[in-house]
Design a binder for this molecule. Structure first.
Ligand code: UDP
Length: 360
């Protein structure tokens, strides 16, 4: 059957890499890029490196307020869906691209399939939470990454159309973690190649809560600067100016500022890091898969499954709290695998097949 898949932001490309590969074995997929992330190192590099098919459409929508972005995507998606008239729409995660595409489809009576459904933070202050809740409730099929997410959906009355299939990002992680790390391409802001030190901490930090002013990011970098090895900080494009300014002002010499890296580099930087500090939902899971301890700088838990044995700990954007959490040791129970077996895309396709045949 014809399925329109919509992606727009970095973590969605990583999920689509595994999803599209499997989906195209039995369906005709039309891929739409909303344009939410557009820099080469936030978008193109993932398509090139991960073998994601070239998008059939690019809406070119980025920037503006949440409402402006969502509205432009909504009207853009309506046109595409009318032209393509697919049997289903598939969306990943919780961005404005997810919400806009799902809304456009449901209004045209096109069934929505939501991958990475059911995650809940318990606060509508998070724009992603709003996107997730709405998308889950208008989808005909919800695919959850964990049992916990499935339980949340059961609690919201969506149990009869929700399935736990494991985390599709784990599929991509396993695939890339097994490949040799040959073409490492870490660049500083001026485009000069950086050699990763033998020992380092790996950091990403881009959420509004930590980057809306200099204060929280300065606290985080203050902690990282005082560690026993340098920190490689892969900086989201919108925070580069702030990160550079803080590091110069505070003369932080133990921080290596880098442009965003490709997926293979991110996976291997994760695997080989001493520890990880991040506010990224995806990276904290990858740290968990790799068995590398993580400190998650935010006020709320995003992946409760990772919060065991000090493997992932919440910290405030406060240098003392971050250092305290980093000083702890983790314990790993090898039998604990809450994110599935790395075959999530296959399970999703099996269930879609049954749904198409009305066998569910
Ligand atoms: N990532 C990457 N390059 C980087 C930083 C992160 O490929 O420079 C990957 C990371 O490995 C993870 C994903 O991007 O798979 C996380 O995306 P992001 O932090 O943008 O979104 P979130 O996880 O917060 O939704």
């Amino acid at each position: 059957m014809k399925i329109v898949t919509v992606v727009g932001a970095r973590p969605q490309f990583i999920k689509a890499a595994a999803g599209s590969r499997q989906l195209r074995k039995e369906h005709q997929e039309v891929l739409v890029h909303t344009g939410q992330h557009f820099d080469d190192n936030m978008s193109e590099v993932f398509f090139r490196e991960m073998g994601i098919p070239k998008p059939d459409y690019n809406l070119g929508v980025s920037g503006g307020s949440h409402a402006q972005m969502t509205a432009k995507m909504l009207t853009g998606m309506e046109e595409i869906l009318k032209t393509e008239n697919p049997k289903a729409l598939l969306v990943y995660g919780d961005t404005n691209s997810t919400l806009a595409a799902a809304l456009a489809a449901v209004k045209l009576h096109i069934p929505v399939i939501h991958v990475e459904a059911g995650n809940r933070l318990g606060t509508l202050d998070s724009p992603e939470e709003v996107n997730r809740i709405i998308t889950d409730h208008i989808a005909v099929l919800n695919f959850c990454a964990t049992e916990d997410a499935l339980e949340k959906l059961k609690g919201e009355g969506l149990g009869n159309r929700s399935y736990c299939v494991g985390n599709i990002m784990y599929d991509s992680f396993l695939h890339f973690a097994d490949l040799p790390w040959e073409n490492c391409n870490i660049l500083d802001f001026d485009g000069t190649r950086i050699q990763a030190p033998r020992e380092y901490y790996y950091m990403t930090c881009h959420r509004q809560e930590n980057t809306y002013s200099d204060q929280p990011l300065t606290e985080i970098l203050l902690a990282m600067n005082s560690l026993d090895a340098p920190t490689i900080y892969a900086v989201h494009p919108r925070n580069q100016e702030r990160a550079r300014r803080i590091c110069e002002k505070e003369t932080f010499q133990n921080i290596i500022l880098a442009q965003p890296v490709g997926y293979s580099d991110s996976v291997h930087l994760t695997k080989n890091a001493k520890k990880i500090v991040t506010d990224s939902g995806g990276l904290q899971c990858e740290a968990f898969y790799a068995g590398v301890q993580c400190v998650f700088v935010l006020d709320y838990v995003v992946w409760p499954e990772t919060m065991v044995g000090n493997r992932n700990q919440l910290a405030k954007a406060d240098h003392k709290d971050i250092l305290k959490k980093l000083s702890r040791t983790q314990s790993i129970d090898e039998n604990y695998q809450p994110f599935g077996d790395g075959h999530s895309a296959e399970k999703i396709c099996q269930i879609i097949r049954k749904w198409e045949r009305k066998e569910l």
